[in-house]
Design a protein around this ligand. Structure first.
Ligand code: NDP
Ligand code: A1CAB
Length: 266
């Protein structure tokens, strides 16, 4: 029998996972959300069974994916703890919240997996970290959760100590990439290119560069040097970025995100 995957919260990330998983294997989905319109859409598009409350999801599911904001998680878990059994598995994607806290809030009722996905899961190109440190997890549960996220992208099994770093770089990462892309589109428009074409060009630039980095086997620095002709156009831009300490600003920004992830877990 196919396992039932239940979602508590079908917002941005919950929806990205559900849509990414749709049509990729024999899974049954159910879910709940305060916003009933989202559930109706997911029923129509993905066959998700809409349920009234998180407790209904806990009762109906083998794997319960917790996809509400970290700040909303405690009451949800405390409320559903009476409906959890050893055979079920909690899968939390909430940023910052450690396994120990998840276990405490759920009354230690069942094993817990912590996952940090990212939104490209929507198109099968996510990158997720999975923490399988809970000793109560069965081999079948470990495999099932890895399979779930492998179906929507790459999976890295990580110890929990590295989760805040992963969250800051990869969980939040798509926003940094889109921010950079927006800035490139603005530059193109500033220099006279039509916006629609500029957007297509920047999309191609990012996709092509990512593909080159993934397939060439070359170090990123070598690939950057290949573009950078002596006294040419590229070096002018790169030296400007170095003078503006863009690299340091990026490192500082990611560190700020990392600290926020730690703060969310307190
Ligand atoms: N967005 C992202 O890129 C990523 C997010 N995450 C994590 O995923 C989780 C969800 O984030 P995101 O999807 O962005 O957030 P959203 O706010 O988009 O989604 C959360 C959804 O849960 C609903 N909700 C809140 N409380 C309840 C409840 N008691 N019962 C049922 N539904 C409820 C919200 O309804 P309402 O809006 O009405 O409050 C909302 O629709 C967070 O913990 C975040 O840290 C992890 C990786 C990436
Ligand atoms: O911004 C956030 O808190 C969530 C976690 C990672 C991506 N989005």
């Amino acid at each position: 029998m196919s396992p039932v995957i239940g979602f508590v919260g079908t917002g941005n990330m919950g929806t990205a996972i559900i849509r990414g998983l749709t049509g990729r294997g024999s899974l049954e989905f159910c879910g709940t959300d305060l916003n009933r319109d989202k559930l109706a859409e997911l029923k129509r598009d993905c066959g998700l069974e809409p349920l009234a409350t998180p407790n209904d999801v806990a009762q109906r599911s083998d794997y319960i994916v917790l996809a509400v904001k970290p700040q909303h998680l405690r009451p949800v878990l405390q409320d559903m703890s009476g409906h959890l059994t050893e055979a079920k598995c909690l899968v939390s994607i909430a940023a910052g919240i450690p396994v120990a806290r998840l276990r405490e809030w759920s009354g230690n009722a069942c094993p817990v997996v912590r996952v940090m996905p990212n939104t490209p899961a929507l198109v099968g190109a996510g990158v997720s970290a999975i923490c399988l440190d809970d000793p109560r997890l069965s081999e079948a549960q470990k495999r099932q959760v890895q399979d779930l996220f492998t179906a929507v992208g790459a999976v890295h099994v990580l110890p929990e100590t590295l989760f805040d770093a992963f969250t800051a770089v990869v969980g939040s990462g798509p926003a940094y990439v889109f921010y950079f892309m927006e800035a490139l589109v603005e530059s193109a428009v500033y220099l006279g290119l039509p916006r629609t074409q500029a957007t297509d060009m920047v999309l191609g630039l990012l996709t092509g560069s990512g593909k080159l980095a993934a397939e060439s086997g070359e170090h990123l620095s070598v690939l950057r040097e290949m573009v950078t002709s002596p006294a040419g156009t590229t070096i002018r831009a790169l030296v400007h970025m170095d003078r503006q300490a863009v690299r340091a600003a990026i490192i500082d920004a990611v560190e700020t995100s990392y600290k926020r992830s730690i703060e969310l877990g307190k």
